[in-house]
Design a protein. Structure first.
Length: 319
């Protein structure tokens, strides 16, 4: 019997140009740049985190910017198709105007009786803003380019694309504890047993073939594990379901385990702590290259091989 997860912890994707990536997520979407570090498994690659005012779990979209050519990804089955943030129902007009003012093409639709604005980031990663008056725990970023009342309010849901609902649905319901909540237009919506912010996962089927990891695709989606002890329960639950979970890995700001579900999506279970203030004060988040203590001795070499990056442009246009 596995524990219950409240929902999404973070989403990690592959970007191209680090400057364009940061300028978009901070200057356009108004997320806070909460951590500049490196991929622990590839220290020549940045790892950027963008989230709410505190970088709380359930608000962070993170990126590995791959600057070398020829590493473009291809969307397909076994990938996260869309990452959606919640916005207030009163903020739809603001976001229509903001996206238009920054020449971002978007489509608007009604889905499950909610307004959805759908668009892509500079690398083609699909994003959505969903107008909802449900509960959200995001902390506003007082110094951001978007007025606090219109800021993104944390994850609303992710949409996972698979070639067949069945195997992924089994992991969602029998292991992660999600329940089918609604179905329409070829989309199945599931909610975690505990509900609340970031508790939704949608499944869609695609005939695009298996996706290829690279720039413009999502690397993995992470769900909340409340503690390392709970992670051990998740490891046992994944193994009992015939999956191959990793050992617990120290990611400095949280602990993680990984497994690939039968539909091909890479899933992480990440703890809620210790958090991003482990090595930076809250008011200084994202201002310096943060390295875990086991890489600190290599700082000079790491900084020398990282691509040029000036920090995000906090553009207030569109307010």
């Amino acid at each position: 019997m596995s524990p219950d997860t409240p929902g999404l912890h973070h989403v990690t994707a592959i970007a191209g140009n680090p400057q364009a990536n940061a300028d978009f997520y901070v200057g356009t979407l108004g997320l806070r740049f909460v951590k500049k570090t490196v991929n622990h498994d590839d220290t020549g690659t940045y790892h950027f985190y963008f989230g709410d005012g505190e970088g709380a779990p359930g608000t962070n979209i993170t990126f590995f910017p791959w600057t070398d050519q020829g590493r473009e990804g291809r969307f397909g089955a076994g990938q996260t198709q869309t990452t959606a943030y919640g916005i207030s129902s009163d903020s739809v007009d603001y976001w229509r105007d903001r996206l238009e003012s920054q020449d971002i093409e978007f489509e608007e639709e009604e889905r499950f009786d909610e307004t959805v604005l759908r668009f892509s980031d500079p690398d083609g990663i699909e994003l959505e803003l969903v107008a909802s008056d449900g509960e959200f725990d995001a902390t506003p970023w007082e110094d951001g380019p978007v007025p606090t009342e219109h800021q993104l309010r944390g994850f609303y849901n992710v949409t996972l694309a698979v070639d067949d609902y069945g195997p992924t649905e089994t992991i969602l319901t029998d292991v992660l504890g999600y329940e089918l909540e609604a179905e329409a237009d070829g989309r199945r919506r599931y909610r975690s047993a505990t509900g609340g912010p970031g508790s939704l996962v949608d499944l869609v089927e695609t005939d695009a073939g298996r996706g290829q990891m690279g720039v413009g695709t999502v690397h993995h989606v992470a769900f909340v594990a409340e503690s390392v002890d709970e992670q051990e329960e998740w490891r046992e639950a994944f193994a009992a379901a015939g999956l191959s979970p990793s050992e617990v890995i120290d990611r400095k700001y949280f602990r993680s385990i990984y497994t690939r579900e039968p539909g091909g999506v890479l899933v992480e279970m990440a703890t809620t702590g210790p958090g991003f203030t482990e090595d930076e004060a809250l008011e200084e988040l994202g201002e310096r290259l943060a390295l875990p203590e086991w890489l600190e001795d290599e700082r000079k070499e790491i900084e020398a091989q990282l691509p040029e990056f000036d920090g995000p442009n906090v553009d207030s246009s569109g307010d």
